[in-house]
Design a binder for this molecule. Structure first.
Ligand code: NAI
Ligand code: MG
Length: 355
């Protein structure tokens, strides 16, 4: 029997609606080549147009509608002229992350041919690592409050929450990932010199987890010098793991060191597969270029490769990456953000053809 994966496709807003079809084009091509099938169900919710019609970002039964799929292939959400960003984001994407317990946020950082690198003198091959961000707890907690508002005694408190379960599960994911990569190297982001309770605890859990992975070399850096080293020595890294806040910073800085937002990909993963994981480009809905057909579809297409990796189709995933690299190497096939003049559809078709 053919291997079949059920995927919920959610384009969302703006260029999401332009790049998702290109991601799907490439997925369907690679499925044909590698002998598996995709059952794609398209959804129009998690978009500002849906909100304007229904007064909410998603239907009440959204969890039943997409909760049993093998994965969610997501575009981008947000159109600030129609709906405030905190409403659109909290009413959709952030609900997925919470309710589907997607505690790993994963972003590849890889310098590809044809992509101008903001770091002087770096070439493809020099930068190739993964950032693993804890996605559910840590510094992003709602424990706290404000008292004596508006008076001289006014104060605010927001507590960082780090649990053994929460730290260990993301560290386990990161060590497993490091073990599967040729360099087998893990770097932990910390700040145990300044943040004297939670961060020493984080370090302690890293040390404990490392014992189960004697084949993985590991080190740690304080977050301040770590950000500097991303810029100065990106070749030092293989898998970098951090708490919610540190991971947030590193997962933007990393891809920025390797080029443009148009190609950056991301995954929000529930490793136990109790719930579907979300695969999406790093960029948003780009209202400034939406509707013109000029958006770069590579971030979306690369997210599709991450999805196939998660589904166990590693070879198919690798062939998408090779196709992206081959197309990027040709100046005439690049979109405008990379100095070319190809449009979204032509770029997607070129990558599908290169599979
Ligand atoms: P953005 O990522 O949408 O755009 C930033 C800049 O990068 C713009 O100049 C845009 O034209 C350019 N850009 C982005 N993707 C591109 C692509 N594929 N090809 C070529 N150029 C590209 O971020 P911005 O403008 O801050 O946010 C716009 C909307 O998107 C907001 O509503 C925001 O809340 C939402 N957003 C949603 C995200 C998501 O769904 N995960 C992530 C980031 C923002
Ligand atoms: Mg961020």
């Amino acid at each position: 029997m053919t291997r079949t994966y059920r995927v919920a496709v959610v384009p969302g807003d703006g260029i999401g609606k332009e790049v998702v079809p290109e991601g799907v084009r490439v997925l369907e091509q690679v499925a044909k080549r590698h002998g598996f099938a995709l059952q794609l169900d398209w959804f129009d919710f998690s978009s500002c147009d849906y909100y304007l019609k229904h007064g909410r970002m998603m239907p009440e039964d959204w969890k039943e509608r997409i909760g049993r799929h093998d994965a969610i292939f997501f575009g981008a959400v947000g159109w600030p002229e129609k709906v405030p960003d905190h409403v659109s984001l909290w009413g959709s994407l952030l609900l997925f992350r919470r309710e589907f317990d997607q505690y790993v946020n994963l972003r590849p950082v890889k310098l590809l041919p044809g992509v101008p690198c903001p770091l002087v003198g770096r070439k493809p091959g020099d930068i190739d690592f993964m950032v693993v961000r804890e996605n559910t707890e840590g510094e992003y907690s709602s424990v706290g409050g404000r008292m004596f508002a508006g008076t001289e005694r006014e104060f605010v408190v927001q507590e960082t929450v780090m649990t053994r379960v929460g730290i260990d599960r993301v560290l386990k994911y990161a060590f497993e990932l490091a073990r599967r990569r040729p360099k087998r190297h893990l770097t932990s982001a910390t700040k145990s010199n300044g943040i004297s309770i939670t961060m020493p605890y984080w370090d302690e859990r890293v040390e404990a987890m490392a014992k189960a992975y004697p084949d993985v070399r590991w080190d740690k850096f304080h977050i301040d010098i770590l950000t500097a080293n991303f810029v100065l020595h990106p070749d030092w890294f293989d898998v970098v793991v951090g708490s919610n806040l540190f991971g947030d910073i590193l997962s933007d800085l990393g891809p920025a060191c390797a080029g443009t937002i148009g190609i950056a990909a991301a995954a929000n993963i529930n490793p136990e597969r109790t719930y579907p994981s979300v695969f999406e480009p790093v960029h948003g809905s780009a209202p400034d270029i939406a509707g013109q057909g000029i958006a770069n579809p590579i971030g979306q297409i690369w997210s599709g490769a991450m999805m196939l990796d998660h589904l166990g189709e590693a070879e198919a995933a690798a062939s998408i990456l090779q196709a992206i690299e081959r197309v990027l190497a040709e100046k005439t096939l690049r979109t405008r953000d990379l100095g070319g003049n190809t449009d979204t559809v032509a770029c997607g078709k070129a990558i599908a053809a290169a599979i």
